[in-house]
Design a protein around this ligand. Structure first.
Ligand code: G3I
Length: 389
C-alpha cells in the first residue's frame, strides 16, 4: 500500500515535469505514415538530437522509423562537436548516428562541414589566414572522407550569404576570400565522391538572397566543381510563408540542373520580437510573457493557421515533386524544437507535425489527405486524357 502510494507520487511528479518517458504512447500508422505517403515523390526527413541517436526514447524512436526515411543530426556533426581541438576529432556520436541509420534503413544528411557558427574555440581564436586555411582543408578532408558513401548528402557550406545576396562577413570570407565556397566543394568532392553535395541556407527563396545563391552556385559550376543540390532551410512563421517566392526559387534553382531540398522545415507560431524572418542564430531577445502567449496550449485558430500553412506548402511540394529531392522537418516533435529557445529563451512553440506527447497534429493528417486526393485527381486526370485521345 505504502509502495503504491510512493509510486503514484513519483509518477505524478514525473508527469507534471513533462518527463518524456511517461508520454502517452505514440500510435503508429493509424492513418498512414509520412514516408509511406510521399514514397516516390520525395524523401521525407527529420532532424534528430543526441538522445534520439542514442536510442534513449523508444516511443520517439518508433515515430522516427515509422514516418521518416532520412535523418539530419541537429548538432553533432557541427565542427565544435566533431573537431573540438586542432589535432583531435570526436567521431563517437556521428559514428553512432551512421550505425543507427544503417540499422533502421534511414538515409543520413550530413550537417554541416563549413559554417561560421558553432565553430570550436581554437578556430574562433585564429588570427592568421594560413591557420584558417589549414583547418578548413584538414576538416573537410578528414570528416568528409570518413563518411564517404555512408551519408546520402552533405551540407558542404551552410549560410554563406547575407540577406542582400552578398557574401556573409565571416572568418572564412575574411581569411580565405570569396572563393572559399568553391574550394569547400572541390575538397568535399575529392574526399567524398559518393555523397551528394549541397549548399544550404535560409531565406534564399527571397529575391535578393536567391539571386546571390544563384550567383554562388553558378560560380561553383563555372569553376568545373561538382554540386548536386541546394537546400532551402524553410524556417518560416505561420503569419509569413512566402509561397510565390518559394515556388520561384524551386523553379530557378532546378533550372541550374541541381536538386532542390527543403532541409530544415518548421513553422513558428510565435511573434518574432524584431519582426525579422529567417534563422540567424545570433539573433536573441529578452524574455517577455507577451512574447509567449500559448503556454497553456495552442488555440484552435492558431492550430488552423498552422494546418493551412503546412497544407499550402505540401501542395506546392507535390506540384514540384519532380524537382524536389527531400523535405526534412527540423525536429521530431514540438518539445524538441530549437524554436522554444530562439530568438527568445524558454518559450512554448508548436512548429512541427507532432506535438509534445508525440501525437500527430491536424497538419499531419491534412498533408496525408492532400497526397491521397492528389493521387486520385491525377488518376482521374490521366483517365480523362486517355478518353479524350
Ligand atoms: O553544447 C552545449 C551543451 O554542452 C550544454 O549543456 C547545452 C546547455 O544549454 O547547450 C549546448 O549547446 C546548445 C546546442 O544547440 C546543442 O544543444 C546551444 O546552446 C544551442 O545554441 C544550440 O542550438 C542549435 C543552433 O543551431 C545553434 O547554432 C540548435 O539546437 C539547432 O537546431 C540550430 O540549428 C540551425 C542549423 O544548424 C542551421 N540553420 C539554422 C538552424 C536553426 O538555428
Amino acid at each position: 500500500m505504502r509502495d503504491s502510494f510512493i509510486l503514484t507520487g513519483i509518477l505524478s511528479i514525473l508527469l507534471s515535469t513533462g518527463c518524456t518517458s511517461f508520454r502517452s504512447p505514440y500510435e503508429p500508422k493509424q492513418t498512414g505514415s509520412l514516408k509511406g505517403t510521399f514514397k516516390g515523390d520525395f524523401t521525407i526527413g527529420t532532424a534528430i538530437n543526441t538522445d534520439q541517436i542514442r536510442e534513449k526514447d523508444a516511443t520517439g524512436g518508433k515515430l522516427i522509423t515509422d514516418n521518416f526515411d532520412a535523418v539530419t543530426p541537429e548538432n553533432i556533426m557541427k565542427a565544435e562537436v566533431i573537431h573540438p581541438e586542432w589535432d583531435r576529432y570526436d567521431f563517437s556520436l556521428s559514428d553512432k548516428l551512421v550505425a543507427y541509420a544503417q540499422k533502421n534503413n534511414l538515409k543520413v544528411n550530413g550537417h554541416t562541414l563549413i559554417w561560421h557558427s558553432q565553430l570550436p574555440s581554437f578556430v574562433r581564436r585564429m588570427k592568421d589566414a594560413d591557420s584558417v586555411r589549414q583547418y578548413f582543408t584538414n576538416h573537410i578532408k578528414t570528416v568528409a572522407s570518413r563518411y564517404d558513401g555512408k551519408l546520402e548528402s552533405w551540407d558542404v557550406v551552410n549560410e554563406a550569404l547575407e540577406e542582400d545576396g552578398s557574401m556573409r562577413r565571416s572568418i572564412f570570407l575574411e581569411k580565405l576570400g570569396d572563393n572559399f565556397v568553391v574550394e569547400a566543394f572541390r575538397l568535399a568532392r575529392q574526399a567524398s565522391p559518393n555523397t551528394k553535395l549541397y549548399y544550404n541556407d535560409y531565406n534564399i527563396e527571397e529575391p535578393a538572397k536567391r539571386a546571390g545563391a544563384i550567383r554562388l552556385i553558378k560560380k561553383i559550376q563555372d569553376a568545373g566543381v561538382h554540386i548536386d543540390g541546394v537546400g532551402i532551410q524553410g524556417h518560416w512563421n505561420v503569419n509569413y510563408i512566402p509561397l510565390k517566392h518559394i515556388e520561384d526559387a524551386i523553379i530557378e534553382f532546378a533550372a541550374l540542373g541541381i536538386d532542390v531540398a527543403f532541409t530544415e522545415l518548421d513553422l513558428s507560431v510565435l511573434p518574432n520580437p524584431r519582426n525579422t524572418i529567417g534563422a540567424d542564430v545570433d539573433q536573441n531577445a529578452e524574455y517577455d510573457a507577451k512574447l509567449n502567449p500559448y503556454t497553456g496550449g495552442l488555440p484552435d485558430s492558431v492550430q488552423k493557421k498552422l494546418t493551412v500553412g503546412y497544407e499550402s506548402l505540401f501542395r506546392l511540394f507535390m506540384k514540384h515533386s519532380d524537382k524536389i529531392d527531400r523535405v526534412t522537418l527540423w525536429g521530431v516533435h514540438d518539445g524538441q524544437s530549437w524554436l522554444n529557445n530562439w530568438p527568445v529563451m524558454g518559450r512554448t512553440n508548436y512548429p512541427l507535425l507532432f506535438d509534445r506527447q508525440l501525437k500527430p497534429k491536424p497538419a499531419f493528417y491534412k498533408i496525408i489527405k492532400i497526397k491521397e486526393n492528389y493521387s486520385v485527381n491525377n488518376q482521374n486526370h490521366q483517365k480523362n486524357a486517355r478518353i479524350n485521345q
